[in-house]
Design a protein around this ligand. Structure first.
Ligand SMILES: Cc1cc2nc3c(=O)[nH]c(=O)nc-3n(C[C@H](O)[C@H](O)[C@H](O)COP(=O)(O)O)c2cc1C
Length: 374
């Protein structure tokens, strides 16, 4: 199975990623990876840190002539802030909502600034690099990921098509908004949060296209595709819910479930409330993952907390921060899904080389096709 681990601190010298068990011969498209890294950096409502950084992947092993060799792939993303900002970060008033308090308790730190060195979303740059690199792996299966911001604060887009055109529009604006209306609605909410010296959350959607039926597993609960995706997305900083499809407890079963029909010898459905996963397996429909971000913990106006030094009642002190991270967090979530699905596919189709993987997949499609097309 493809494995990925990372290391690095928010204000350390660099972030490090290691990827194992990639098949040999996979194209490593640095330009594309850097494009996704730049998407993570942008977004109206980001703080000054993102103006300092200019994230680029630097590959140090496992690639020859632009293709993977099968050896562990090591890469770095530098923290430019490390060169510029040498002030020691120290505070004893934890920010509610951040890891400052619970992390200080766990590791017995007197300095509440230390835990967020690793929990800060700065470290998601390596997740995005790994996920973007694996988009090339997903291409071996014909799979694509589209992603959008669905809501910011009180402004929510009810529905929009999850198609290429809408995705291109989302990529063309710095809020990943699916429409012009959505863009101005999201921006209004962020402006209000900035005016209030506050932070604001929202929701994103990622859609996986062309996933054939039968991907995932149900042998053990750890094999289930929905559970695996949920874990990868839930671990994105600030994400507080993950939903597959359209959860709606007001509907009866006969209204909710996606009925099956046949046309021209092909099974199809008119709805996709299941979000493309049934019983822990893909069912051939688009996989639709929705996720929600809480407003980030650092707020300019401060919130009430307690000094862990002497238990005095204090307001949190502002440290440089974003206002809204929903667009950036949506990029991170989509790239985490890329890693999750690549892992599942690599477990199911294996292969030491790209041709081995493609052959295994082709064989699967040939043998299973009779279940969806006759
Ligand atoms: C892209 C991105 C950027 C973030 N930037 C900040 C930030 O500048 N300030 C902050 O307090 N939290 C920020 N967060 C959220 C915190 O990292 C997160 O709330 C914290 O690690 C606690 O984790 P939890 O919210 O998942 O419980 C960001 C999250 C994401 C996804």
């Amino acid at each position: 199975m493809i494995k990925y681990v990372s290391a690095g601190d928010s204000h350390g010298e660099m972030l490090i990623g290691i990827m194992e068990n990639l098949p040999a011969g996979l194209t490593v498209n640095e330009e594309e990876i850097n494009f996704y890294l730049s998407l993570r950096q942008r977004g109206y409502g980001r703080g000054t840190r993102m103006r300092i950084e200019n994230d680029k992947i630097h590959i140090v092993s496992g690639v020859s002539n632009g293709k993977t060799t099968g050896a562990p792939l090591g890469f770095l993303v530098k923290n430019r802030d490390f060169e510029i900002n040498k002030t020691k970060r120290e505070f004893t008033v934890p920010r509610p909502g951040h890891s400052d308090y619970a992390g200080s308790v766990k590791y017995a730190f007197e300095n509440a600034a230390i835990p967020s060195e690793r929990t800060s979303a700065r470290i998601t740059a390596t997740d995005v690099a790994a996920g973007a690199l694996l988009l090339e792996y997903l291409k071996l299966f014909g799979i694509k990921i589209f992603f959008f911001v669905k809501s910011v604060g009180k402004f929510s887009v009810r529905s929009f098509p999850f198609d290429k055109k809408t995705f291109e529009y989302a990529l063309s604006n710095d809020l990943l908004a699916p429409s012009e209306d959505a863009y101005s609605g999201f921006k209004r909410e962020i402006d209000e949060a900035i005016k209030r010296r506050d932070s604001i959350g929202g929701e994103g959607i990622a859609v996986l296209k062309n996933v054939p039926p039968g991907i995932g597993g149900y042998g053990n609960f750890t094999d289930k595709l929905d559970g695996i995706i949920a874990q990868f997305v839930m671990s994105v900083p600030s994400v507080k819910y993950v939903e597959i499809g359209n959860f709606d407890s007001s509907k009866f079963g006969s209204e909710f479930h996606d009925e099956m029909f046949v046309k021209d010898g092909k099974i199809f459905r008119k709805t996709n409330n299941a979000g493309g996963i049934e019983g822990g397996l893909s069912n051939g429909e688009d996989i639709i993952v929705k996720f929600g971000f809480k407003p980030i913990p650092t707020v300019l106006r401060g919130v009430r907390s307690v000094d862990i030094k002497d238990f005095s009642s204090r307001k949190t002190v502002y440290v440089r921060s974003d206002t809204c991270v929903v667009p950036a967090g949506t990029v991170v979530s989509a790239m985490k899904i890329s890693i999750a699905l690549s892992q599942v596919l690599s477990e199911q189709f294996g292969g030491d080389t790209v041709s081995d993987v493609s052959d295994n997949f082709r064989r699967y499609l040939l043998r299973r096709k009779k279940f969806w097309q006759r």
